[in-house]
Design a protein around this ligand. Sequence first.
Ligand code: ATP
Ligand code: MG
Length: 149
Amino acid sequence: MGQQLGSLATRGTFIALHGELGSGKTCFTRGVVATAAPESAHLVASPTFAIMNEYTGAIPVYHFDFYRLSSCHEIAELGFEEYLHAGGICIAEWSERLGELLPPDYLSITFEHAGDDQRHIIFEANGSESEGLLTQFATLEKTVIFSLT
Ligand SMILES: Nc1ncnc2c1ncn2[C@@H]1O[C@H](COP(=O)(O)OP(=O)(O)OP(=O)(O)O)[C@@H](O)[C@H]1O
Ligand SMILES: [Mg+2]
């Protein structure tokens, strides 16, 4: 699924990931990078300690993990907003920490444990750009639960 989404995402796409520890956010990101920036796909790891990893490629991918940050003020101080306009795909683990820093248009993806090796993955579009992206994605992926808001 991450690979499908990575093939459709464009510069400026913002993907907000939600879900408890070990629910599959980094795994999904690896898929997105595999198609958006394949030359860097082998580098994708959890950026929990780095806060942000950048993967260079045809479209750069900025991979954030805000687990260790508690407020949007801390995130703002790290220069997060510059990446929103840097011409890449942004994908953020623990994106709920962003609060008011979330951009106006973003694709939200929620991961839920559904057994040891199974996940429910729920897609929600917020804004017209992400709605277009999700509509395209849904034609490729028939098994997802998604809602257009
Ligand atoms: N879609 C999936 N289906 C089944 N198992 C999965 C799926 N995605 C990930 N996993 C399993 O869950 C483990 C944890 O995944 P991952 O590291 O991506 O979680 P995470 O949400 O990034 O966790 P964290 O919050 O700690 O960053 C993986 O090693 C893999 O075994
Ligand atoms: Mg992770």
